[in-house]
Design a protein around this ligand. Structure first.
Ligand code: AMP
Length: 410
């Protein structure tokens, strides 16, 4: 069911409680917390600008880190207020509480178009417990609720679901922000009936994390490409040797079932035919990779670990990707954090961008694939990059997201 969005709301003079994803990486420098990457703050600017233009009193709430219900100074959102103010070019008030009289006071001082950021909602254990009384306190000063935090929408917390329920029960509207709307459009509507050939590329560490996505997309995809450590469990299922590669032996039957389903449905299912392999060893008492080389064989030698797809596989995958009209990519092809094993992932990234330049729709399902594209300077050459990791996967599995369900239907 399509959800109401901020574009459809009359916000003039309304107090809008807005859940955003400001869980930004920070590090201490000379005794102050410094934001290392402001991507998530920037991602909310279109929604904030739209609400300001409509004359809303914007009250932002968010979480940062895992303070586990305690006030932890290093996890305060105060530096985010400062950063947001610079990015949006207007003052952003900050309240060191997220519920209670101090918040009521701060909200009452807002003029139309003003912004107030509340302190980390996770300073209260009631947030993650989706506590009813806490949800009521959070929503106490809200006429309208907006959720722009797709990355937190798979959690049923007070700020993602509880506060929306309170506002709804009061007869108020709950809407998706513009970032949330885009996430739902690309991960939802666009993949509902994708233009063929639809190529799905999945990588990363574990089959168990993504098997439900594979299963669901086997209903729609023309080709499924598997890379990363996941591929080795599929190799096991095909009776191949995997050496010391990261595998999930208890998921071999699941991998087998996916391979059979692909055959039944005539879905091309590609796993790497060559790999970069490295020797796991110890250096200074710590785990490390020693010698590494291309292994031009489907089987991986006993003493080696598969760490990336090989050049032949990258080329074969690239040909299929470049012929696609719709692409969904989630997960790296190898241990791309180590530059020696990043080439396979970067080659896939380049093929995805080339296909996009030729008119394909490319959707990047969050997490490490987004990181890899950004590292390669290719982030702006895809159609859409999701801001959600866990939320994207859950959505692609076909699960309802509590933070989305709680919004008002159109
Ligand atoms: P995920 O969060 O499931 O997308 O997994 C991402 C992680 O998978 C990254 O940290 C990669 O280093 C890791 N990964 C990818 N390929 C391999 C591999 N061949 N062996 C071990 N880890 C891998």
């Amino acid at each position: 069911m399509a959800k109401l969005t901020v574009n459809e709301l009359d916000l003039q003079g309304k107090r809008v409680l807005t859940r955003v994803d400001y869980n930004v990486p920070m590090a201490e420098s000379d005794g102050v917390m410094v934001i290392n990457d402001d991507t998530r703050i920037r991602a909310t600017l279109p929604t904030l600008r739209a609400m300001i233009e409509k004359g809303a009193k914007v009250v932002l709430c968010a979480h940062l880190g895992r303070p586990k219900g305690e006030r932890v100074d290093s996890m305060s959102l105060r530096p985010v207020a400062q950063k947001l103010s610079e990015l949006i070019n207007q003052p952003v008030a900050f309240c060191d509480q997220c519920v209670g009289d101090k918040v009521t006071d701060a909200v009452s001082q807002l003029k139309d178009g003003n912004i107030l950021l509340l302190e980390n909602v996770r300073y209260h254990a009631e947030e993650e417990a989706n506590d009813t009384a806490f949800s009521e306190k959070l929503a106490a000063n809200a006429d309208i609720y907006v959720n722009d935090a797709f990355g937190a929408a798979h959690r049923s917390h007070a700020s993602t679901a509880g506060a929306a329920r309170v506002v709804t029960e009061r007869g108020g509207q709950c809407a998706a922000g513009l970032l949330m709307e885009r996430e739902l459009k690309f991960l939802g509507e666009e993949l509902e009936s994708p233009k063929s050939p639809f190529v799905v590329i999945l990588g990363g560490a574990k089959v168990s994390d993504k098997i439900k996505v594979i299963d669901r997309l086997l209903e729609k995809a023309d080709t499924i490409i598997i890379g990363g450590a996941m591929a080795y469990t599929f190799k096991l299922a095909k009776g191949l040797q995997v050496g010391k590669s990261l595998v999930e032996p208890d998921k071999v039957d699941v991998a087998q079932a996916a391979l059979e389903k692909a055959k039944e449905r005539n879905v091309q299912f590609l796993i790497p035919t060559d790999n970069v392999v490295a020797e796991p060893t110890q250096i200074d008492g710590k785990f490390a990779f020693g010698d590494y080389r291309i292994n031009d064989n489907e089987n991986i030698p006993d003493d080696m670990e598969g760490v990336d797809i090989g050049p032949k596989s990258a080329e074969a995958f690239g040909v299929v990707i470049k012929g696609a009209k719709t692409i969904l990519w989630n997960g790296p092809m190898g241990i791309f954090e180590d530059s020696r094993f990043a080439e396979g992932t970067y080659n896939v990234a380049k093929a995805v961008c080339e296909a996009t330049a030729n008119g394909a729709i490319s959707i990047i399902g969050g997490g490490d694939s987004v990181k890899a594209l950004n590292n390669a300077g290719l982030g702006d050459q895809t159609t859409f990059m999701s801001t959600g990791g866990g939320a994207s996967l859950e959505f692609l599995e076909g699960n309802e997201l509590p933070g989305v369900t709680a919004l008002t239907d159109k």
